[in-house]
Design a protein around this ligand. Sequence first.
Ligand SMILES: [Zn+2]
Length: 330
Amino acid sequence: MTGTALTFDAEAYGLSTGHLIVPEGVDCEALSLPVFSLNKGDGPRLLITGGNHGNELEGPIVARRLVEWLPEAQTCGRVIIAPEINPLAVQAWTRNTPLDGKNLNRVFPGRADGSVSERIADAVTRVLLPMADIVFDLHSFAPTWNCAPSVVMHPVADAELMARTVRMAEAFKLPVTLVWDYHDTAGMFDIVAQNQGKVFVCSEFGGGTVSADALAVYEAGVHNALIALGLVEGKAEHPIFRQRQSTRTLKTLSSDELQSPARGIFEPRCSILDEVKQGDLVGVLHPLESLSGGAVDIYAPTTSFIYAVRSGGYVESDEELIYFARPLKL
Ligand SMILES: [Zn+2]
């Protein structure tokens, strides 16, 4: 059935546009997801997706900016761009799909007869994924976080694919390349792609609200990666972010995820990319019920870098407040 859900011929030379049709199901009518195919013949085959989580708008914006300049700049290969793979969540500005309450990035490879999130995942997996050997899935963490400009991957069992994926991630030249030993990877898009031997990286940057400065850094990172792949010509430069111009390759383990000891309002006392020592004060939690102040000091559990900081939202006990990252030794 591969290819039957695209409304256009993605093999045609040059720029072609159309839709990926996600068939109707029990919960909604068919969806039409915009897709752009930029085919300049032999070369790397890249898929760029945005809007996997609907409240992360940097990805869709950067993907649509690419559509404006890449057709001119691309010299070889093929790039498929799907700026918003979950338009229902983008319209609602929610992480999960409103109709079925599911996180699209936990239901891959999906099901053709499932709920709408599962049907989207199925269409992306069966139609778009086979057209690429490399995938950039453009995220921005979440609106209640500040996150370092980064390219993130999960550990890959195949050492050769792991090394290729790290190289691809580092080619963005964003301040952080992160290998995240995440505990909850079942149903993620990257796992499905990596199981097919594909290089898959997620860019993560921002959170909160979209800004022109953040978008410029984000887009520069994607541009660097396109240069590294040989899809466009040019010289890759480290984007300037907070006066820093280098890439650190780090890892985050489950022990680097700091959870809140209680419910309350979290006050960060650290910023992304800060280097902290074990025992440094990194935040304060203010319980609403307390009449005596009762603020709870929160300390860094390890000597490490601050990768992402909770920047909004009342926190419940055990919710994540800070993600730390430490140097990766490959
Ligand atoms: Zn996301």
